[in-house]
Design a binder for this molecule. Sequence first.
Ligand SMILES: O=C(O)CCC(=O)C(=O)O
Length: 296
Amino acid sequence: MATIEHLAAGATTDAIVEIIERDGAVIIDGLMARAQVDQLNTDLAPFLSKEVFGRDEFTGYKTQRIGALIARSEACQAVALDPLMLASARQYLQPFCDDIQLHFTSAVAIAPGESAQILHRDRGIWGGYLPRKVEPLFSTIWAITPFTKANGATQVVPGSQHWDKGRSPEPHEIAYAEMAPGSVLCYTGTVLHGGGANDTTDQVRTGVFMHYALSWLRQEENQYLSCPPHHAAKLSPELRALIGYAKGGYVLGFYSDPDDESARRESVSPENMFSQRAEQFGTIEGADHLIAQSMK
Ligand SMILES: O=C(O)CCC(=O)C(=O)O
């Protein structure tokens, strides 16, 4: 039976990246304190109580998904900025980008009776146009309830990020991300995975998803709408930059304020909207960098 390797909370980014490169997934046990897990459950409860479920086989008729986590929960803001996850994501994705961005936030609650989700590669959201040699994602699922094979722990096919596109796993090649609350599953955008079946009668499995992508790709969750400027104004400059209110290169992601008659906000970094120093947190490369890259 396939398994996912576990590391302790004191793991180094080198150890995490080494396993991710080999297996496509790794679990870090006990990275989050119990109080933070409790706070996440408290923050998310009002949204999960609305009982809005998926609308098809893929999203799951008994699975709830709650987005806009950065605007909705301070505890989720801290999760997005977890230093070990950010450093690991940056190290793993560094060959393909100047920096990373937060790409997707979601609380996914799988209720009793849910069937197993179709195994998939998250990179498919870009329509298959990205060449395989470019890895676009470092994704995390934080357990805020127990994750067991019986209650819907994420299915992962270790090593499948190296497989041909058409190969399907045998049952014994599928591992289950069993973990305690406060642990986190890290996985790539190319490894096969999917939600597990919930065969229990009384347990809801809930995870907090934070996915990080190359800063030059379109984000899956539109952060400018899920966390519009009046919400973003309350965030730290670091988190604002991470969700996209920063340039992703010399000119990538600039804006002009259509209502600014002073012309001070013409072709500037989004950080100018919040009166922060524009260049402090985003990866702002100079024109030389842009010119050199365009010659590749
Ligand atoms: O809920 C999970 O464990 C995984 C869900 C997933 O992969 C998805 O919805 O795309």
